[in-house]
Design a protein around this ligand. Sequence first.
Ligand SMILES: Cc1ncc(C[n+]2csc(CCOP(=O)(O)OP(=O)(O)O)c2C)c(N)n1
Length: 336
Amino acid sequence: MAKIKYHLFESNKEEIIQEIGKDRLIEVLKKMLLIRNFETRAESAYQHGKIGGFFHSYIGQEAIGTAAVEALGIDHWYLTTYRCHGLALLHDEPPKELMAELYGKVTGNAKGRGGSMHLFSKNLLGGFGIVGGHLPLVAGAAFSAKYQGQKDKIAIGFLGDGAVVQGTFHETLNLATLWSLPSVFVVENNQWGMGTAVSRAVCHQPIAESFAKAYGIKGYTIDGMDFFNCFACFKQVLEEVRSSSKPVLIEALTERFKGHSVSDPGLYRSKDELQKAMEKDPLHRLAGELIDAKIITQEEVDHFNQEIKQIVIDAMAFADESPLPDPLTLEEDVYA
Ligand SMILES: Cc1ncc(C[n+]2csc(CCOP(=O)(O)OP(=O)(O)O)c2C)c(N)n1
């Protein structure tokens, strides 16, 4: 397979550090620590039989969602896949309610009815379990913002590389372009579908640079392991979408450090490949960069990590102690 030539979005780390400032950057790091701790402990709860159904970890991909929310804010419409825990935390949903949702408890984010794949918030219209199924809804959310004259508001949808080969992806990009819908589509290319390498599933790569051309829209490739590179691109794209009211397609190059889901031992990936991927850890990278820039010390990082670990442990205790939903309420809040 020929090596793919990417044109990475250009960004300047020092300028972005200045722009975001010390206090916000520490908050950003804390958010990434929260996602990492939440995922790690929730996965162990799954293995102890506390969580049923599916569980897809966002570990390795944290910089992308974190940078998007930091650059855009949470007042836009967001939609994502089943890998949705991180985005729900970034939308300030309480870790206790999110953990309780994973445990299927009545105190959960969706009263225990949605589980791991269907977390939501006021502006996060959901995690979705059907590959590519949420993409027309991104167009719908962008349409509603435009129709209601909400000039600042855009819709942003995250998808996996596997969803690029779904009809919904192409139908949505076509319509969003035709109708000038203010939307951003972020392909989180973690190199694998369920066990199929992206090169065996998608006929053209780089994904955004190739497919954006077909729709006459802008396409960018970003380093999904580099918070600063992601942030710079999302910030620019927000202005572009607002002024052009055209969709933009982004490909974020990333890696998931776990199997596709908790039940996947990932035997299709060699130990060496995984090791190389983990050397690019976005959380360690950001922490190291903030230490180098004298924004934080290693001791402070460790201290925050301990504090955040405790938040997650408390969330697990809350979920454990919460009751299961009453079966008699099963048909409440059902719209279809
Ligand atoms: C329409 C549809 N087909 C198949 C599946 C089963 N399935 C779930 S996840 C997945 C792989 C998707 O990979 P990708 O889009 O790259 O996302 P990632 O899991 O890597 O984040 C498949 C085939 C599904 N959920 N929906």
